[in-house]
Unconditional design. Sequence first.
Lengths: 192, 413
Amino acid sequence: MIVLKAKFGSRRMIEDELLKWRFKHGSKDALQRIYEKYLDHLLTLAMALLNDVGRAEDVVHDVFVSFAGSAKDFKLGGNLKSYLTTCVINRARDRIRANRRGPVQLDAAESVSSNLNGPDHAIICSEEAHRLNQAIAQLPDEQRQVIVLRLKGEMTFSQIAKLHNVSVNTIQGRYRYGLNKLRSVLNGEVEK
Amino acid sequence: MRSKDNVEEAIRKKLNFTAGAELHDRMLDDVLKAQEKSQKTTSAATRPRIRRIIMKSSITKLAAAAVIIVAIAFAAHFMNKSMPTASAEEVLAMATKAVSNLRSVYMKAEIRTLPYDNFELIGLNYDFVTNEMWKQFDGTPQGKWRIEKPGRVVVMDGTSSFLLIRPNHAAKGGINTGFVEWLKPLLDVDKVLDSEIKLAQKQGSELVLTHQKGLDGRDKLLVSVEAAAQGDFTNDWLKNKSISESDNLRIYTFDAETKLLETLEVYVHTAGEDVLVLQITDIKYNLDIDPALFSLELPADVIWLDQPKELADNEKYEQMGPKEAAQAFFEGCADENWDEVLKFWPASAIDQRLKDYLGGIEIISIGEPFKSGNYSGWFVPYEIKFKSGTTKKMNLAVRNDNPAQRYVVDGGI
């Protein structure tokens, strides 16, 4: 199928452009496709930032509901995934600021993650993912955000610096310290 | 001992959460409700068209170029039959083969229309009305089918078709009688793609094949048809009142492997605005359909809609033009002379509701007839005053393409 193969290379780009256009013009099917396509990515991001099933769920829920109601005014020339990612990051950071309970401590992290793989299976993850998330939850808030935004939000250091209103060097420093601490935690070398 | 790189790699690749089924469904439900609510409370704003959006950024230009390549290859196939490409005909052949063993198809579509009006009618500002369609393939070309919306239902029982306009107006037709216009070809799922390609050739519309990944992880074949409004719109009364009389974009989604139709969306382009007017929201194949669906129980007080018969003084009416016929029809209503009105009304009787509605009206004006779109009859502008004192300005549709060759009312009341 020469003709069809020619299309495959650019499938993702065209797919999102079509999805955006169809969503904007009221397509229920397109909205559902967008939801299915990015739900897990956004949940992962929210969980990594908040380490709280309920709050992560709320953030992603609010982002999608707000997005669904925005078709009339929806103007997006850029990347759909980046747009939704930014929405989740902003809402999650609002929650973090509002709660300011500091980084979730290990004991607390255990309790808030009780809905993971539990009877209700609100959010499902592997043992490895759970362990990684628990380790990230032990980082100071500003280091955790940089690590998550960089590695799961796919943002550049420069974009993160702009978001936090600090220099790129500061962000890179937080990233480096964060990774070192993570490595220690994951290797069982709890820092004093 | 984990290195820094290993930690980064682990977070990138292994830190993944998945929504459980309950959360997934609950959230999706809220999301779709939010969209529905938004659609009900907002009117469509000015929006750019798909081509403009795709061409807006340089990165998407590249992607769009790939689509255009497909389109060109596709078009070239039409222009040069000897061109050895594996494209449209192969897709068609596979599609036909895929549906050759179909027993039945069921579709549910949301259409911006009026519940009681004809199936072809669309309105950009109308709410969505649910239309359901069933077809049983029985080896005959026509099969058995049923198309229904709240105010109307059409059933083909294999030999005859019946239209019921609820509560009590009915019409009988043959195998090829219309009644459902544009929707009927949709039920011929084995011919949808073929029909679109033939239409594209005939009307010069643009047809593009693309691929995308579906929700179920399977590859989908998207067929997008950009079609221009058909008909004469010197007077644009009928513009955008049916899909064929609108500039529209139809996006069909087929399963790339089975070639079965899965969804359809139709968008109407107007000046600076694109409006979704039809979408198939559910489609199922090979369901066991209750045979009772292919028969209609008519009410005892049914009024039959039928072609007008020749009158004893048919010549008098045959000589009337559209304006004279409209004038005579409304004068009959004004005088409550229902025998006279019936000569312009293609039914076995005048329904009491019509008598109550139009009896004793006052004619304010009858304008000059005009044609619009693909309609074979004429539209006659009129303004009337009801007994209640309210007035109405509208266009009466009249046509004389019937055995008696006299103008009868076809709509616009």
